[in-house]
Design a protein around this ligand. Structure first.
Ligand SMILES: [Zn+2]
Length: 128
């Protein structure tokens, strides 16, 4: 099945380490060492308590589909989704390598890194 070319991510100083991790096949999340909460997308300050004491941790790469939408009228159909990781954060992503008709909310998925159009690979998800 043909897959849509994902546009290149645009790393910035807050997300550079995230994309460097993706290039090594690691899904990185920020965890606050003050309040202990994990957040996504990566930020320099904890969005829960405002502290700067955040550290990178490697996510397990597994989660569940919170919601999804299949773009059937695109030249190459694709599915975007919110996936809630087992660490508790929800990320917008693409669902790949799957039968779109068999997708279900609550379905278990795992991360796969998909090449992008000239940038670092993007974390996408496929049924686990
Ligand atoms: Zn915090």
């Amino acid at each position: 099945m043909a897959q849509r070319k994902i546009p290149a991510p645009q790393p910035n100083p807050e997300t550079q380490a995230f994309w460097d991790g993706a290039a090594q096949g690691k899904l990185l999340l920020k965890k606050c060492t003050t309040c202990g909460q994990v957040h996504y997308y990566p930020r320099a300050l904890c969005p829960f308590c405002g502290e700067e004491a955040t550290a990178w941790q490697t996510a397990a790469g597994t989660g569940t589909i919170y919601s999804y939408s299949v773009m059937r009228r695109a030249e190459v159909p694709y599915a975007i989704a919110y996936v809630t990781l087992d660490e508790g954060v929800t990320m917008m992503t693409n669902l790949v390598d799957c039968n779109f008709d068999a997708l279900r909310i609550g379905q278990r998925v795992k991360v796969v890194f998909t090449p992008t159009d000239g940038g670092p690979p993007a974390p996408t998800f496929t049924p686990a």
